[in-house]
Design a protein around this ligand. Structure first.
Ligand SMILES: *Cc1c(COP(=O)(O)O)cnc(C)c1O
Length: 422
């Protein structure tokens, strides 16, 4: 465990010794009207823009201007196979094999497409388990899947809840749910890092618990990808989906990522919705071929993808490739640990950190619960250009992102918090 010290000098010293500190300069940091950098702690919601992104997108605009349709083959980065340029780096970020990963569509869309394949309910085995504080989009997705298959959403949805008086999920309670109702459960769809509490769950354990009762196991990694170290292949989960505009800095509404475990890569029995981009690349343009779906994650694609959005993803992934998740995670643990140290030092009952304090059970985000749901704290931070986000009912989410946040950012944020609280 790192030993931290209070005071600005210590924060500055940490930044000086930080081997990743130069990456901050590779991002546009929003500024107030006097030209001072905002203290930006919402990379968990929308990651900042890498300066390189503009050039990556400009390249595709130029090739489109100069080559028109020929850009599909003649562009510097040909558009036909463009998604393939993203696969390897993305696979590394989530600990998967290239055949298991593809970048396509957006997160909720991908969850639905994955459930077409991995939610195959029967009259007896049809229920879906989610965590009680699941992100609304995930909840709506599973509710409507239940409806689509003719089930009552209230009856078919099982919530894994924290125990009374607690904020975090306990894996033993998931075990109990499966022991008691496993025969009726078809699917577990769980947020790997909870958007509200920041709790990072043991995915391997969840997979074992689900598989022991013949359930499919899917994980939403919106708050995991690019944030925590992931070993999706080894975890044994069946599928996962995530977005790239949070920790992966690819811009608002950008494309998502999808993982399907290798064990399903060649299974032709799996039900799938298909389009021409699901079809064998070598005969795709013969146009009169019977459907021949590509093995692995690529087989879930439907359409030819938006290249401008993919260019932004490429800009970001090239940076992740250079830094590597290992170095990123090392800094992240230190930075978030320091944040926790300073917050605890405030010794103020008005705020409580609900995120696990074990670094293995969290990413960079700390969720600060505010007594009496007092929103004014968040408002005053925002007025000081300290950007965090408020999540109902009573939490301020704060994510010091190791690629662009500094120890000094964290120090100044907590100083301001101290001032507001006193
Ligand atoms: C951010 C987030 C989403 C957003 O879904 P989109 O389809 O990308 O709009 C969904 N689920 C979770 C858990 C999220 O954190």
């Amino acid at each position: 465990m790192t030993n931290y010290t209070e005071g600005l000098d210590y924060a500055k010293e940490q930044d000086k010794n930080d081997t990743l500190s130069h990456y901050r300069n590779q991002f546009h940091i929003p500024k107030d009207k006097d030209g001072n950098d905002w203290l930006y702690f919402t990379g968990n919601s929308l990651g900042l823009q890498p300066k390189a992104t503009q050039d990556y997108i400009q390249q595709e605009l130029n090739d489109w201007a100069n080559l028109g349709v020929e850009g599909h083959f003649e562009a510097k980065n040909p558009w036909m196979p463009y998604h393939e340029f993203l696969t390897e780096s993305m696979a590394k970020i989530v600990g998967a094999k290239p055949i298991e990963v593809v970048v396509m569509n957006t997160l909720t869309t991908n969850l639905h497409l994955l459930m077409v394949s991995f939610y195959q309910p029967t009259k007896k085995k049809y229920k879906i388990v989610i965590e009680s504080d699941a992100f609304p989009s995930d909840r709506y997705a599973v509710q409507t899947q239940l409806n689509f298959h003719g089930f009552d959403a209230d009856e078919g949805l099982i919530e894994w809840k924290p125990r009374k008086g607690e904020d975090l999920l306990n894996i033993e309670d998931l075990e109990t749910i499966l022991e008691e109702q496993g025969d009726e459960i078809a699917l577990l769809l769980i947020g790997g890092v909870n958007y509200y509490t920041g709790q990072y769950l043991d995915l391997k354990r969840i997979a074992e618990i689900g598989h022991a009762k013949n359930c499919m196991v899917g994980i939403d990694l919106a708050h995991g990808a690019g944030n925590v170290p992931l070993e999706l292949h080894d975890s044994g989960i069946d599928f996962a989906a995530w977005c790239t505009y949070k920790y992966l800095n690819s811009g608002p509404g950008s494309l998502g990522g999808l993982f399907v475990h290798e064990k399903h890569a060649h299974n032709k029995e799996l039900k799938k919705f298909a389009g021409w981009w699901s079809h064998n690349k070598s005969t795709r343009f013969n146009m009169r071929q019977p459907l021949d779906i590509i093995p692995g994650a690529e087989g879930w694609q439907l359409s030819n993808p938006p290249i401008l959005s993919m260019a932004a993803i490429k800009a970001s992934l090239d940076m992740f490739e250079e830094v590597g998740m290992k170095a990123l995670r090392e800094k992240s643990e230190k930075l978030t640990g320091y944040f926790e140290f300073l917050l605890k030092g405030l010794n103020n009952d008005k705020i409580k950190i609900i995120t696990p304090s074990n670094p293995k059970e969290r990413g960079c985000q700390l969720s600060i619960q505010v007594q009496d749901s007092d929103k004014s704290l968040h408002k005053k931070l925002t007025e000081a250009h300290i950007i965090t986000d408020w999540r109902e009912p009573d939490v301020i989410r704060c994510a010091p992102v190791p690629l662009y946040n500094t120890f000094e950012d964290v120090y100044r944020m907590v100083e301001k918090l101290k001032e507001i609280l006193s």
